[in-house]
Design a protein around this ligand. Sequence first.
Ligand SMILES: [Zn+2]
Length: 622
Amino acid sequence: MMNDIKTQILSEFKESDVEKVVFEAAKIIVYVTNKEIFLNGFEIGKNLAQKYKKRIEIRLSPKILENEEKIIEKCEEILNKYKIKYKNIFLERHRSIIVIDTYQPEKIDEGVIREIREKTFCNIVIKRSPLKSSRIIDIVRSYLHKKSKYRVSFLNKVGERIVTRKSTLKRGNYRIIFLGGTREVGRSCILLKTDESSVLLDCGVGMDVGTEKYPAINIEDFNILDLDAAIITHAHLDHIGFIPYLFRLGWKGPVYLTEPTRDIGSLSMLDYVKISKMQGKKSLYEAKDIKEFLKHTYTLGYREVTDITPDIKICLYDAGHVIGSSMVHINIENKHNILYTGDFKYIPTKLLNKPKTLFQRLETLIIESTYGGNNDYHPPREETEKMFIKDIKDVLKDNGKVLIPVLSVGRAQDILLTLIENIENGELPRVNIYTEGILWETSMIHTAYPEFLSDYVRTMILGGENLFEKEYIVKVNPKERDQIIESKEPYIVVSTSGMMQGGPILEYFKRLANDERNLLAFVSYQAQGTLGRRILDGEKSFIIDSEKIEVKIKYKKYDGFSGHADRREILGYIKHLKPKPKQIFVVHGEHPKYFELVNSIRIKLNIEAYAPKLGDSLLLNL
Ligand SMILES: [Zn+2]
């Protein structure tokens, strides 16, 4: 089987024109020795792709390329000629690829690409640079470039696996096993098993205080080393935060995700390790395990169908939750189709588009239920925004300070944009908005991936506008924090962590909690047991770092900003799904929300629904 496809492709060429045929995951690469064939490579690749239903790329053998300096020089010359600003040019000589990091990818059109190919005989990969430099993007991209040789052999192995069946079993059983995120919010992790493959959907850590929770990967009949692939829906730690641990245990399989999920996920996990250490906890993994994860990532764009094992195809779709967040559509042998929503939102926000509901086939839906309870109706966004801005205005007028805890990705950028908009149109006074490290970084990362954002924001970024760069948005150096906190002027703080479990927001809170003029504004989900939730539940005094803190600060929750679908959206989404799923598994919700949603799905939508328990192993065959 494995050699079949390669032999077939080889037979399409004259033997003397081809050096080798290799895989890069599901993609087939033909290295040719004939420059003429390389230059016509697009057409040839397209025709072969149609014939063999595989993605095929033609490259010139690296053996006949010129030396590195010459190639880069020629590429620079062409970019300069067309006045295209670029940040870096990397040559991956062993795969005849030039990677161009540019501020203006849209200027590298077909004509420019053709010219570069004709002069350098390399194919081109174009990456957008963020408008302001992002340390993590620099680190991730240059690290992947450095590890490019390893990645070539790794992706070739992944490709061989995709076309090589291991199992002779033909029972046709498909099973899903819930390893986390059932009847709770946190440690999302689902195992999909067929006769042939084992695939993990999400791999997160728990968010409970004190008792760290991890996915139940130690179940019988599951060996991590047998895992074929993992798919990560988005960069929040409860969906990605456990994955480096698999690499620590020695797994070396591919992780499929979007580029923003890869970059922001890496950043959040590095931060997670740092914070664990600072809190004196033994961290689950180290930075080197996160690097190992990075080395094994394979990024996909939305709507890009790809084989990941001999019997499973996946495709990611916009989930509307945070930048790069995905719903995963899984096709098993063309016989059974699953849609896993991950976290999602069904109405469009300033930052993101809403998810689609039309699929070719769909039998099983796995859906989140964070706000699926009987009373979980969010007020309309405009209403919330009006109230939020009015409250802030009142507090600032009264010389108070406003604290807004946010997760570093998602609500943070939405809230910053909302504040900026209202300052620019004069609704809010021009006070300083303080943010800190990781939040600044994640905001910059947004400007590198406009294709994952709403049309409104994309247009701004493509117009060269740096959304988050205003003179009143101040990136705080932790050393200056004390001085800033004491400032007599009113100000706004937008900072992590989102549920006040740590991060700079705690430092501000400790000092500002005892003043009733100040406002603590919650704009995102607060999990059970977290400090944020305890404040919302009315607790009035806390011991933080052996300091007694009295809560006099006003606090309020603004549900309309949520990045999650509320009950109306969840039911609406299911109702609009075409085709209608035959069965629904409800996950990612606290008691009794999952249970209330299950009932409503059964009664209102007349679809079989169930909220699996941790460790449940269910046959999908219908
Ligand atoms: Zn999330």
